[in-house]
Ligand binder design. Structure first.
Ligand code: JFZ
Length: 311
């Protein structure tokens, strides 16, 4: 409805967080940088054998992940919401779930539910909270294999698995401002079913266009992209700090935070002045630390916005 559209559009500037098992590898496999593909998809690009990748869960202990300090950083940057990867293509769940033991609570020594922690921190900070949810799942035994585009449907058991996880995500963590579905290769019926499931549980949750088959509340565009004419539909631009990756990459060249901040400020101004939302990504390292370059960029943007009374 128009009220949820307006509320969502009013976020204007949001934080995307790519965090998961891949953060632990930081774009390195067997001591070598993996230069192909995004680092959050290192499992596919290295490639890392499934059993070896999944064994990383047993050593995943992001004890520096501090949801309150991330929320505080988002506030300082002038952001009004946070969107966290609840599950990326690797299928590892950043939340406690009954659907699989392959989750950060049951498979990892840290025994934490980071979706819960982030949801609560956002609530305390007065930020909206949304979730990224991948429809590709390299763990789910019922999903189609690695190459997702071979299929134009999702096997029904995988579809049921997604539905069960979405029900958990939509009932356990308070209001979810948006569901950032990614890479759906579902049938029109499957897309509609997920779209309706979301709205049945949380009517004002905004659904991303990447669910496919025109079942969406907002469109997603690439970095610094905006439509030529004023769109009736709400839209968002997602951007990573570095074009090459969303997930943490230890060997990434990070040279000039001031220049990077200027580049992102221009994109933010372009997008927001055209009526869009700007979703800017951070990729904390495997311990859960926000890397200092990204913190500096966000703080610079926040300072700039503050000069104009926006943050
Ligand atoms: C997808 C993922 O495959 C990727 O790993 C990452 O999570 C990213 C946020 O989402 O890739 C995309 C999706 C949308 C755009 C670009 C890459 N886009 O609209 O420009």
């Amino acid at each position: 409805d128009t009220q949820s559209f307006r509320q969502w559009q009013d976020n204007k500037f949001s934080m995307f967080i790519h965090f998961g098992l891949y953060s632990k590898l930081g774009g390195v496999w067997k001591g070598k940088p993996v230069t192909q593909g995004y680092s959050e998809q290192i499992m596919a690009f290295a490639p890392v054998p499934k059993d070896k990748y999944e064994a990383l869960a047993g050593e995943f202990n992001p004890n520096c992940f501090n949801a309150d300090s991330i929320a505080a950083l988002a506030k300082r940057a002038g952001m009004r919401s946070v969107v966290l990867t609840s599950k990326h293509h690797d299928g590892f769940c950043l939340f406690r779930t009954k659907t699989t033991a392959y989750n950060i609570y049951d498979a990892s020594p840290c025994k934490r539910d980071l979706v819960k922690e982030m949801a609560e921190a956002c609530k305390r900070a007065g930020l909206n909270f949304g979730l990224y949810f991948s429809l590709i799942d390299w763990h789910c035994p019922y999903a189609s294999p690695m190459a997702p585009h071979n299929a134009n449907f999702i096997p029904s058991k995988h579809h049921e698995y997604s539905k069960a996880q979405l029900k958990e995500l939509l009932t356990r963590y308070g209001p979810i401002s948006e569901l950032w579905f990614d890479m759906g290769s579902n049938t029109p019926e499957q897309s509609r079913e997920l779209y309706e499931l979301v709205h049945r549980i949380q009517p004002s949750c905004m659904v991303s266009g990447r669910l496919g088959n025109d079942c969406y509340d907002f469109c997603v565009m690439g970095d610094n992209q905006y439509p030529d004419a004023t769109l009736q539909t709400p839209w968002q631009t997602c951007a990573s700090m570095f074009n090459e990756t969303w997930g943490y990459r230890s060997w990434q060249k990070r040279e000039n935070a001031k220049e990077k901040a200027a580049e992102k400020m221009r994109a933010l101004a372009n997008v927001v002045s055209h009526g869009g939302n700007y979703l800017l990504n951070i990729g904390p390292d495997g311990q859960g630390n926000v890397i200092s370059f990204e913190r500096q960029v966000l703080e610079r943007i926040g300072k700039w916005l503050g000069q104009y009374g926006y943050a």
